[in-house]
Design a protein around this ligand. Structure first.
Ligand code: SF4
Ligand SMILES: [Zn+2]
Length: 394
């Protein structure tokens, strides 16, 4: 069994390496953020506009070490040479002063009470975002009266007192750190997601450390990695979310898998070995969680927000035909009901009213097909599934 796991891991890393090697050149402008968008979000009991700034970045350490997670393709949008502290600071300043905002002439960042500030990796890893940039940017955020909450992301191992102390010295505001847990099942997390977090203690310690410094913890739970059946992926997302809340996370974002070039899930989809989760399954996950722990939770569904792109890689920027940042497909049902259910999920995200999801009527074209997928069983172990899928592929 141990040998099977090793073999499966080796196959995943080999395939990921091939896929990453196919990414086109990553010579992005170091002074320009990758994306700025506004999306609607639930905050302090009302729907507000939040701003999401994706900095052009050096990128996640996990890519350098082991080719990154199976479902993630942030790598495609990172740079071949590191982004310096000055570059990060310039990018941030040019968002604040509006000079990097292509679509809005009356832009004022203070109109957006929630700021998501992403760096395609771990904001708390000084190897990715130098301490000088971290400090200057957080000091700048502290001086902006309109921003009530900042959300950043980090792998669990970079959440440590030294870095949090440095941020707290310059910023006393509400800061939430999103951490990818993905699954509490070791095989699912380490093989299917390829998370490289073999010990859950790292995640639990990160939550405690965040709370010690008065930060909030947000946990990401990816729904339906490769190699799981539809039913397994629903159960896994429910169990993982409940575990995260039981262990002190303040919020969970369910992340239904979407497809982006050069990820393993995308590759498997293209060869007919993977389907993104059904939207009915996403609703089922919310139902399972609320049935077990109630509906008074900060529970989000990642990737489904009413959004307006202000600048960046989705084709607005002049000369930018390449979408290196966003998925080309999200989870889905059928052509007949996709828009209706996606709209319901977006309304859920801006109200947290789960009845919006539960009230959606079954679709006559696809609901019974989805139901039948829930009966599909796979008796093989997860390593065996991976070996069977990837072992014969040259
Ligand atoms: S999901 Fe997060 S941890 Fe995994 S490769 Fe992407 S950025 Fe890194
Ligand atoms: Zn349908």
């Amino acid at each position: 069994m141990i040998n099977e796991s090793k073999e499966a891991l080796g196959l995943i890393e080999k395939k990921l390496k091939e896929l990453r090697d196919e990414v086109p050149p990553r010579n992005f402008n170091h002074k320009k953020p990758a994306e700025v968008e506004i999306n609607q979000f639930w905050f302090e009991n009302k729907t507000i506009d939040r701003i999401m700034v994706v900095l052009r970045a050096t990128g996640c350490s996990h890519y350098k070490l082991k080719q990154g997670c199976s479902m993630c393709a942030h790598y495609n949008a990172t740079t071949e040479t590191p982004i310096s502290a000055e570059d990060y600071i310039t990018q941030w300043k040019n968002v604040v002063n509006g000079s990097e905002i292509e679509k809005k002439t009356d832009f004022d960042i203070n109109n957006y009470p929630v700021l998501c500030l992403y760096n395609l990796g771990s904001f708390l890893n000084p190897e990715e975002v130098p301490i000088k940039a971290m400090e200057e940017i957080f000091a700048s955020i502290n001086s902006l009266p309109g921003i009530k909450k900042t959300i950043i992301e980090s792998r669990a191992e970079y959440v440590n007192p030294e870095v949090l102390e440095k941020i707290r010295k310059v910023n006393n505001g509400l800061i939430e750190v999103g951490i990818g847990l993905e699954s509490i099942n070791d095989d699912v997390r380490e093989l299917c997601h390829h998370k490289n977090m073999p010990d859950l203690a790292v995640f639990l310690k990160a939550i405690k450390t965040l709370h010690q410094y008065d930060f909030k913890a947000l946990t990401y739970v990816n729904q339906k990695p490769s190699f799981l059946t539809e039913k397994e992926s629903i159960d896994d997302a429910i169990e993982t979310t409940i575990f995260a809340f039981d262990n002190g996370t303040d919020a969970v974002s369910i992340e239904p898998t979407s497809l982006q070039a050069n990820s393993l899930t995308d590759y498997l989809y293209r060869i007919g070995m993977y389907r993104v989760p059904w939207l009915w399954s996403v609703i089922e996950v919310v139902r399972g969680i609320t049935e077990k722990v109630g509906s008074n939770l900060d529970l989000r569904i990642g990737g489904y927000f009413e959004e307006e792109i202000l600048s960046g890689s989705q084709g607005i920027a002049s000369g930018s035909e390449r979408n290196e940042l966003f998925p080309y497909t999200t989870s889905g049902n059928c052509a007949k009901c996709n828009n209706r259910i996606i709209d319901a999920i977006k309304r859920y995200n801006k109200t947290y009213d789960s009845n919006i999801l539960f009230d959606e009527k079954p679709c006559e074209s696809c609901f019974s097909i989805w139901k039948s997928t829930l009966t599909v069983n796979d008796s093989r172990s997860i390593p065996k599934r991976i070996i069977d899928s990837l072992g014969g592929i040259k």
